[in-house]
Design a protein around this ligand. Structure first.
Ligand SMILES: [Zn+2]
Length: 458
């Protein structure tokens, strides 16, 4: 309960401001005394004491006032306990905003923790601004973050898995053989909620099938049963972990990575052919070099002139026709992927997708003199079920990739982490911040209306 304007403005319950003055270096000097009834009670026996032993001045750190540092000087009384049986002879006053032995006000701790949690600055920066040490700022952040993160997991329908490297790989050179041996190559496997509001669900250390399975085994069975689709990159390690721990979930691979593989195959063929034809690597001025940017584009996004340029360049000789065969192979694969509902406006049937994939395999078989196409076809056929699942469900790993970028950014902001648990906490807070910020009026479940492709303005 405050009695005067200055104390109301200062706003720490239990402290009464007696004087305020301009201090040195633009600081504000605030003098205060205790105005808290319970402060006169002995913490040992609860007897209210009126006997003053001595008066001390403490200077707990407090939040800034309009950017200026506040130099708080709290005149405290040390009292004698009036109960002769009490083992405590004397005690000092304290208020809830500044607990005993605490040299930082509770609101400054809370502010430092909140700034790291919600504003995304580092604990080091928060500590510098608050004028406290890094451990204090980090403890405040950990307390605030754990309150947010220690919530029971909500069931997830679509789960994403991705990995990122934790720090730099370390190598040592063998003195005798001169060979490199890996000392440390640390990874985090991350699990994402692809269609809900939970962002990054958690991380496991390492990136083997066992590491991923271990994290999944830590979830309750009901949570595991609720997972319907798991989306991964084309990574057989995570596929093995998912089949082991989530046998009922449908496994889908991210279609971006499928197309990326096909585009890479076209590039490989082009580079090999150019080397065979000229005996050197491609240069600007070579016709094949001039269309390399066009070959990676989607067929439907090429203008008429660009399409003609590709055909004219590749139709000249057998070298060009080899590149053309790879390019057509890529487009045949994309034909199958383009059946997804997001582009066509209606859910495809499985037969349709497999038919188009068959025509891709057929094309590759007809051009079995191109090794890159054969490798591509073999990889695609190995992942066929997962690709079909991705086309039918339309689920992508886009959320995983974007959150993974945030995870890497967090490690850069921190200049690397020494403690993996601190890293996990910081990364999880960063990867759930966007979801926490959403206004309460925002649509809870993001639904994507199927609109089909936009009409070509040309
Ligand atoms: Zn006492």
């Amino acid at each position: 309960m405050f009695h005067d304007t200055a104390s109301v403005l200062f706003g720490v319950e239990g402290l009464q401001v007696t004087d305020a003055d301009e201090g040195a270096d633009g600081t504000v000097e605030v003098w205060a005394v205790t105005d808290y009834r319970a402060a006169a009670a002995c913490p040992g026996c609860g007897t209210v004491s009126g006997r003053v032993h001595e008066t001390v001045v403490t200077r707990p750190r407090d939040v800034r006032r309009a950017g200026d540092v506040v130099d708080l000087r709290w005149v405290k009384v040390r009292r004698k306990c009036e109960n002769p049986q009490c083992p405590r002879k004397t005690f000092t006053e304290w208020v809830p905003a500044v607990p005993p032995r605490c040299r930082v006000t509770a609101r400054l701790r809370e502010q430092a923790g909140h700034e790291v949690t919600e504003r995304g600055i580092t604990p080091a920066e928060a500590a510098r601004h608050a004028g406290i040490s890094w451990p204090s700022a980090h403890d405040a952040f950990a307390a605030a973050a754990d309150r947010l993160l220690d919530r029971p997991a909500v069931p997830v329908r679509h789960l994403g898995i991705d990995e990122h490297r934790r720090g730099r790989a370390r190598f040592a050179v063998d003195a005798q053989t001169g060979e490199y041996t890996v000392l440390a190559d640390r990874w985090h496997t991350c699990f994402f909620d692809l269609d809900g509001q939970q962002g990054l669900l958690g991380q496991g250390q390492g990136r083997t099938a066992d590491d991923a399975a271990y994290w999944l085994a830590g979830a309750v069975p009901a949570w595991r049963d609720a997972v319907q689709v798991v989306c991964i990159d084309m990574c057989s390690i995570y596929a093995a972990a998912v089949r082991r721990m989530l046998p009922c979930a449908v496994l889908a691979v991210d279609l971006f990575h499928v197309v990326q593989l096909a585009v890479k195959a076209v590039g490989d063929v082009r580079r090999r052919v150019v080397r065979a034809r000229y005996g050197r690597r491609g240069r600007s001025g070579d016709p094949e070099y001039g269309i390399k940017g066009l070959l990676v584009r989607n067929l439907e996004h090429l203008t008429g002139a660009q399409f003609t340029k590709i055909i004219d360049t590749l139709d000249r000789d057998r070298y060009g026709q080899e590149i053309a065969a790879a390019w057509i192979g890529k487009e045949k694969l994309r034909d199958a992927l383009n059946l997804r509902a997001r582009l066509t406006g209606s859910t495809p049937c499985e037969r349709q997708v497999r038919d188009r994939l068959f025509s891709f395999y057929d094309w590759c078989a007809q051009h079995d003199d191109i090794p890159e196409l054969i490798t591509l076809a073999a990889t695609i056929s190995r992942w066929e079920d997962e690709i079909v699942a991705a086309v039918l469900t339309g689920i992508t790993n886009a959320t995983s990739e974007s959150l993974n970028r945030l995870a890497k950014l967090e490690a850069r902001l921190a200049y690397g982490f020494r403690n993996p648990l601190n890293q996990q906490r910081r990364v999880r807070i960063a990867c759930t911040r966007g979801y926490r910020r959403q206004s309460p009026t925002a649509t809870k479940n993001r639904t994507r209306t199927v609109t089909g492709r936009k009409p070509d303005p040309g």
